[in-house]
Each structure stands twice: as structure tokens, then as C-alpha cells.
Design a protein. Structure first.
Length: 294
């Protein structure tokens, strides 16, 4: 019934990761290589720690808000920037469903029950949107603005468009006229999405997808605090154990060719510089350095 099994001497203990036993410390390679005869554990000096196939369920219960939310919060991003992943993390950390400006049956079937709720119901903790018009932005009281490297966002959205949430576009798709057309229209949208939210958004928390990936717990805490929620350490540790959710593409499918031409790179890099400048102009941290040059 537990996600961890710890063997010490002749005893086996079962439990959950905790703040004092969080599995962040790396395994000692030298000790582990000498463990196959288990003599070192027999005297109780060291422990062998196993992750069992059991899911950590301390954060899997979710529900709708019992009273309508006072603040109307957007979870805004360009398509392909990790919005679904951020929703998974927020829902598991807080225990409340997120909503959506759209309806996606595939997401609903995978447990995002807020998909079917009307996006203005205020029964969800925040609402997913890719919109970037003045009117659409000003409907929200505040927003978490999720930004991802445009090179990665464009590829993720192209994959989703041609092969769904979990699939990959074929080489034929990438080498067709559809790809350059897609880059030409979507690259400017990547930039205008951020610029419009910076211009019209009332109260923003900017989160970079890359920072969320590298520093999951601190960044998730920021998001939860922004949503005026408190969350237990145990629940956060559980989220970390279930960090991927159901919509992570398996592995990075490496292409044996570079999908971006020099012309595309020049275009995207100009947009990166424009967005970076706009963020700094609003006293936000600029874009992560890995965005450019490619």
C-alpha cells in the first residue's frame, strides 16, 4: 500500500517520502555496488531504499471549489508551452480542479473534470486560456503567465496538431510546406501572446516552463501562493512523485535533421529579444538564457 520500502538489517519499513526523507539525496554509488551480498545491511548500518509500484495517493483527490472564487484567475500560455502539465501540478498541489476556456474531451477523460465546467463558473481554481486579445485578457482579475522556449513550444504544438497530445508528427509533416507556414504564423503569435498579457493583464505571475522543470517545488509553491492557497509539505512531495501526469510525451523523439532553417531561426530570435526586452521593461526576470542563440 506504500510507495517506499526501506530495508535495514532484517527489517523492512514501508512509508511515504517526507520532508526528512525526501529521496533528494543521491544514492552512494560505492555503497550500492557493494550491496549485492547485503552484508552491509545485515548489521543495520545502511538502508536499501526501493520505490514500489504503488502510486503515492496523498495528492490525487481533487474537487470543485465549495464556494465561488472571489478572484478570477487565468492560467495563460501559448499552445505547446506546458499548460496541461502546469494544470496537473496545480490540481494535485491544491486538491482543486482547474477550468478551461475550451473543452478537450481527451483531457476530461484523463481526469481534468474542470474541462466540462463552464469556464466562467468560478468553481475552478484557475482557467486555462491561449487567448491574447485585450477583451479576453481583461475578463480576468489576475493571471499566471506560463512562458516556454519558442523553439520547443512550436515543435510541441506542431506535434499535437498532427498527432495529438502524446504523439509525434511524421517526418513527412516536418518536411512538407505545412511546417514553414506553421512557423511563420505561430512564431509571431508566441511573441504577441506574452506582449498582450504584459500590456493588458491586471496582476501577473510570470513562470518560465524551464524554471518549473528545474525547480519544481519552489516554483509550484509560488503558483499556489499566487492562487491564495496553502499546501502541506506532504502534498508537495506527493506531487513531485507524480510530477509527469498523463500527458507527457515519452522521451524526446530525436530527429535526424534540423527542422529550423536559418531564416526561421533569425525570425524566432528577433521575437525572443523583443519579448525579453518587454519582460525586463515590466520589472520581470528576462527570458532564460538558453532561449537564444540557438
Amino acid at each position: 500500500e506504500f510507495p517506499l520500502a526501506v530495508i535495514r538489517g532484517r527489517e523492512c519499513y514501508c512509508g511515504y517520502p517526507t520532508g526528512r526523507f525526501s529521496l533528494h539525496d543521491s544514492a552512494d554509488g560505492l555503497l550500492c555496488s557493494g550491496m549485492h551480498n547485503a552484508s552491509s545491511t545485515a548489521d543495520g548500518k545502511y538502508c536499501l531504499v526501493y520505490q514500489t509500484p504503488v502510486q503515492d495517493t496523498r495528492c490525487t483527490d481533487r474537487k470543485f471549489l465549495t464556494t465561488k472564487s472571489k478572484g478570477f484567475v487565468a492560467l495563460s500560455s501559448f499552445p505547446g508551452a506546458g499548460n496541461t502539465w502546469a494544470r496537473h501540478l496545480i490540481e494535485h498541489a491544491t486538491g482543486y480542479y482547474t477550468g478551461s476556456y475550451y473543452f478537450d474531451g481527451a483531457l476530461y477523460n484523463k481526469g481534468f473534470k474542470g474541462e466540462k465546467d463552464h469556464w466562467r463558473s468560478r468553481r475552478t481554481i484557475c482557467v486555462k486560456t491561449h487567448e491574447s486579445g485585450k477583451t479576453e485578457i481583461e475578463m480576468f482579475d489576475s493571471a499566471i503567465l506560463l512562458i516556454r522556449n519558442p523553439y520547443k513550444s512550436l515543435m510541441a504544438e506542431f506535434n499535437r496538431k498532427y498527432a495529438g497530445h502524446l504523439g509525434y508528427a511524421t517526418d513527412r509533416n516536418w518536411k512538407s510546406k505545412e511546417w514553414p507556414d506553421f512557423v511563420n504564423s505561430y512564431a509571431s503569435w508566441w511573441a504577441s501572446h506574452v506582449l498582450d498579457w504584459l500590456k493588458y493583464g491586471k496582476h501577473l505571475l510570470v513562470i518560465h516552463y524551464e524554471d518549473l522543470k528545474h525547480s519544481l517545488i519552489p516554483k509550484l509553491k509560488e503558483m499556489v501562493e499566487f492562487l491564495n492557497m496553502t499546501v502541506t509539505e506532504d502534498r508537495l512531495l506527493c506531487v513531485e512523485n507524480n510530477r509527469d501526469g498523463n500527458f507527457k510525451r515519452s522521451g524526446a523523439k530525436q530527429k535526424d535533421f534540423e527542422p529550423f532553417t536559418q531564416e526561421m531561426k533569425d525570425l524566432i530570435n528577433r521575437y525572443i529579444l523583443t519579448v525579453d526586452e518587454a519582460l525586463r521593461g515590466r520589472n520581470f526576470t528576462g527570458l532564460p538564457r538558453e532561449y537564444v542563440p540557438r
